[in-house]
Design a protein around this ligand. Structure first.
Ligand SMILES: [Zn+2]
Ligand SMILES: [Zn+2]
Ligand SMILES: [Zn+2]
Length: 955
């Protein structure tokens, strides 16, 4: 029995090391107890180590006392009862006091972090590691503790227990903290900025997790959050100005932030000189380099892009000259081949040809990669050619098109057609093979009738890598002399044609992407391979050595460039040569942050004093990918950066619900953008987004719209916005020549970010290279090195239109070209956008007349030519459709075999044309009465004698 009771005392594994059966004496003092063994060894146990109450037991073999510390359980046998009771009472009191102190300490920490502060993710685990042992001791000795320890102290343990596990109750604790702060800081939030902060803005100020993402929409007051947050930290005493770091996207934004903090900080004692520092990333990098004693002289390359481009050009020329092999590689890498048989639909193929430009060494734009190979082979072998020149005899092979063989060898009657067929006569999947083969035969027949030589190459020659062999044989067989050009001649020609310069632009963009994306050789290769860049290994080699030589060049100059300000600052911070002292880091325009900037931020966080990072951004307004803006850092924040608290700012005072709905619906078509419910302060019933056409001159139309706005509102601000600056310049000139218009501003779409006007007139909506959306995709190799782009079509241009649309406080006017309609306008015309369509030409019935019947995307627009006006399809090289103009109503008229029919169903005028050459037929008087004769009869050098019966009904 007794021995069993005794065993109860020894409850810890420390039993064998903790049995002090040889204790002779227990001494007590104000600090704790000292155990003295019979060999006079002393063990001191301070009260501060007692984390549980002592236990006493009186038994047959004497009295036993158990003392628990974190490390040990001491079991002591007593013989003398008197000393036992005295010692026990003393130790008990000491333990009660120590446990009470400990509970209060932990509770204070819990209160400070979880109740009087916004519980940070990094604090949860740490706090819990301190709380859990206390709770388990409490559970183990609950009765004794409840009995001996002050009730208020026990209550504080219970309150901690009710919030455990912390991971589960952290959101509740945070929201309790938020409610408390919303009340207690109300006056501050009401007055921190010009207008009282909205509730989400207040929450964005209150939330201080390790990382905080404030996701805004246009005009929802991101800057107010930055200003209020900085002021809040200083006014509440939670941070001194030197502990706060604010990072703005550019100089102008930094200045504006600083001004606003000063303006609103005056009432909180913030004056010039004690305002927290607002930096751009570059300025901060430079400052850190200076403090670390690293030279920061800026290279000329940084200020003078032309010098930099020249350096890259020279580098390329040196490379090319190093061996003929390098010249060939340079030319090879200038193109990305594509196999047309890989496209499954006509739409895909048309879009590919439209968006990707194949330009020969001689500078012509050709349809496809195989034509390019032929043209370049001719060039390298000194054969003078013309691409798609009209055939000597005006005869039509296809209805509606004049015949133009692919190549004509100048000074001869030799032509070359490259036929898109495989060895079985099969064609691209979207082409009717039977029809195509018939056309091939018609061409052969025509050449033989006209006694011209037709040389033929085929798609399969290219597939089998025999295209050049075949060309060489064809030239030899037909007696065309091959005069191979020397590498020097080729280089000189390429230089004169601007080919080197154009390549230098491409390599320069690659270099810049490599630097902002922080890519090394391995990463470059990975990117190129992932994007199916042909000859990725060779490309990587040349890019990597360009980058290495660039870094060497800067070193030799003893200078840095803008990227270096950040790249070198990262090294200084991570190596410990500079220690960040900030406790709060605020970052504006986070959606446009580059990889280099993000690494810089990370270094400031990890090398600093566990600062709180708050980033403010709008993924709908990310428009700087071309300079390294990495949107995925915002859209995949948790995955790429870590856990965070999210606050969405969705209330705007700037624009009305009509503008918000149009712009929001438009940008959210891309499923990779965050979903937001933008709430507007101003509500209207009818659409405030107007669609107008630019029939007549665009500049005239703009002035007309501005005058109309002015008539209704004498003072409202007006701004004209365009994707490209040159369009604005044209309008400016026009405006200058007329009556002065006060308060008129001109913004590019990119430059308009952060600005607002009562009325906005948006121009430049048409298809094409300088149109909008901009079809001018970067070359594939640059694309693959830039930050990855979401897959939705025109996603960045889509965001750009969102930015432009949301500048207007009252009304937005879109002036668009109805004859080369921008894809965006086509989309906005669909009923779900509820645009106010103030243009006859944008009405559905009218648009049908001008829709191209040949290709999938284009509209006809009127051009003037040598022989009068004609229509041309807006999709450019993809579509060669060129309808004539209807003699009656001026609409496009579509050619059939022997007549041309007006596309305007209301007119339907039909004009007879020659079924051989397509020229108009004329009514002539002959011996047997009236007949129709080709108007080509009178053309001496290419006479056409076609005639046919006269049927009065169709003239
Ligand atoms: Zn077309
Ligand atoms: Zn007509
Ligand atoms: Zn004819």
């Amino acid at each position: 029995m007794c021995s069993e009771n005794m065993d109860d005392l020894f409850i810890t594994p420390n039993f064998w090391g903790g049995l002090f059966s040889d204790i002779r004496e227990v001494r007590t003092s104000s600090n704790g107890v000292t155990l003295v063994s019979k060999y006079n060894n002393e063990t001191a146990i301070p009260f501060s180590e007692l984390n549980d109450l002592p236990m006493a037991r009186t038994g047959f073999f004497g009295n036993k006392l158990t003392i628990k510390t974190e490390a040990q359980v001491y079991a002591v046998s007593f013989l003398k009862t008197g000393q036992f009771h005295q010692s026990f009472d003393f130790i008990y009191k000491g333990a009660v006091k120590n446990i009470t102190d400990h509970i209060q300490l932990i509770y204070a920490e819990f209160k400070r972090k979880a109740i009087d502060g916004y519980l940070r993710d990094s604090e949860v685990e740490e706090l819990e590691s301190r709380i859990l042992p206390l709770i388990s001791r409490y559970h183990a000795s609950k009765e004794a503790w409840d009995e001996s320890i002050d009730k208020a102290v026990i209550d504080s343990i219970l309150s901690i227990i009710s919030n455990c596990p912390l991971e589960d109750s952290k959101e509740k604790l945070r929201s309790e903290y938020e409610s408390k702060m919303l009340k207690s800081r109300k006056t501050f939030y009401d007055n921190a900025e010009s207008n009282p902060l909205t509730e989400p803005q207040r929450l964005a100020v209150i939330r201080n997790n390790d990382r905080n993402l404030v996701l805004a929409a246009a005009g929802t007051g991101k800057t107010s959050v930055m200003v209020a947050k900085a002021l809040d930290l200083m006014e509440s005493g939670r941070a001194k100005k030197e502990e706060i770091l604010i990072l703005a996207y550019n100089k102008a934004a930094a200045k504006e932030l600083e001004n606003r903090i000063l303006e609103h900080g005056v009432s909180y004692g913030v004056a010039e000189g004690n305002c927290p520092s607002v930096y751009t990333f570059h300025a901060l990098g430079r400052e850190i380099l200076k403090k670390a004693g690293v030279p920061t002289y800026l290279s000329d390359f940084a200020d003078d892009p032309i010098k930099l481009k020249m350096w890259v050009s020279e580098w390329l020329v040196n490379y090319i000259q190093s061996s003929p092999k390098c010249l060939n590689r340079f030319i090879e890498l200038a193109y990305q081949p594509i196999n047309p048989f890989d496209f499954s639909t006509k739409e895909e193929y048309d879009a590919y040809v439209r968006d990707n430009e194949y330009r020969t060494l001689q500078g012509e734009r050709v349809k496809g990669f195989q034509e390019l190979c032929i043209a370049n082979w001719f060039f390298m072998n000194g054969i003078d050619y013309e691409y798609e020149a009209p055939y000597v005899t005006k005869v039509r092979i296809q209805v509606g098109f004049d015949y133009r063989p692919d190549f004509h060898i100048k000074g001869t009657n030799i032509y070359l057609e490259h036929f898109g067929v495989d060895r079985n006569g099969k064609t691209r999947p979207d082409i009717d093979a039977a029809k195509y083969n018939l056309e091939m035969d018609s061409k052969r027949k025509l050449h033989s009738e006209c006694r011209t030589t037709l040389l033929e190459t085929f798609h399969y020659n290219w597939v089998e890598d025999k295209l050049e062999d075949r060309l060489e044989r064809l030239m030899n067989d037909s007696g065309v002399e091959i005069k191979r050009k020397s590498p020097d001649d080729i280089l000189e020609f390429l230089n004169n044609m601007g080919f080197i310069e154009k390549s230098a632009e491409r390599y320069l963009k690659c270099l810049q992407a490599i630097r902002v994306e922080r890519l090394d050789q391995k990463l470059i290769l990975e990117r190129l391979k992932a994007n199916n860049i042909v000859k990725a290994v060779q490309y990587t080699e040349i890019l990597n050595s360009l980058h290495a030589d660039y870094v060497k060049e800067l070193d030799a100059q003893g200078r840095i460039d803008f990227d270096d300000m950040i790249i070198r600052a990262i090294n200084v911070v991570t190596s410990g040569s500079f220690t960040p002292k900030w406790s709060h880091i605020l970052v504006d325009e986070f959606q446009d942050i580059s990889m280099a900037r993000m690494e810089f931020l990370n270094s400031l966080v990890t090398q600093g004093k566990n600062p709180i990072l708050t980033v403010v951004g709008d993924d709908w307004q990310s428009i700087y990918r071309f300079s390294g803006g990495k949107l995925e850092l915002t859209t995949r924040f948790e995955e790429l950066i870590g856990s965070y608290s999210l606050t969405k700012l969705e209330k705007t005072f700037r624009y009305n619900n009509s503008i918000a709905d149009t712009a929001g619906t438009f940008v959210m078509r891309n499923p990779e953008q965050y979903k937001k419910q933008v709430v507007t302060h101003t509500k209207v019933d009818s659409s405030q987004v107007y669609l107008l056409d630019n029939e007549g001159r665009l500049e005239d139309k703009v002035v007309q719209v501005i005058n109309k706005i002015r008539k209704n509102d004498l003072t409202g601000s007006i701004s004209v916005l365009a994707r490209y600056r040159y369009l604005l310049e044209n309008v400016k000139k026009k405006v200058k020549s007329g009556e002065p218009i006060p308060a008129l501003k001109y913004w590019t779409f990119h430059g308009s970010k952060g600005l607002e006007a009562d009325y906005c007139v948006l121009i430049g909506f048409f298809q094409g290279k300088s149109g909008f959306p901009n079809m001018n995709k970067e070359e594939a190799v640059i694309e693959s090195l830039l930050p990855s782009l979401d897959t939705f079509p025109h996603s960045e241009e889509r965001r750009l239109l969102y930015v432009a649309l949301t500048r207007a406080k009252k009304k937005s006017y879109l002036i668009a070209d109805p004859r080369a309609t921008s894809e965006f306008i086509d989309e906005l015309l669909t009923p779900k956008y509820k645009l106010h369509i103030a243009s006859k030409t944008f009405e559905e019935r009218y648009r049908r007349i001008f829709k191209c019947g040949i290709c999938s995307v284009g509209y006809y627009r009127l051009l003037s030519g040598k022989y009068g006006d004609f229509y041309s399809c807006s999709s450019g090289l993809v579509c060669k459709s060129r309808p004539r103009m209807c003699d009656k109503c001026g609409s496009p008229s579509i050619d059939k075999q022997d007549k041309s029919v007006c596309n305007n169903k209301a007119c339907n005028y039909t004009k007879p044309i020659c079924d051989r050459c397509g020229r108009p037929m004329k009514v002539k008087e002959g011996r047997f009465g009236k007949f129709l004769g080709c108007s080509g009869y009178g053309i001496r050098e290419d006479q056409c004698k076609s005639t046919r019966r006269y049927l009065p009904s169709i003239v």
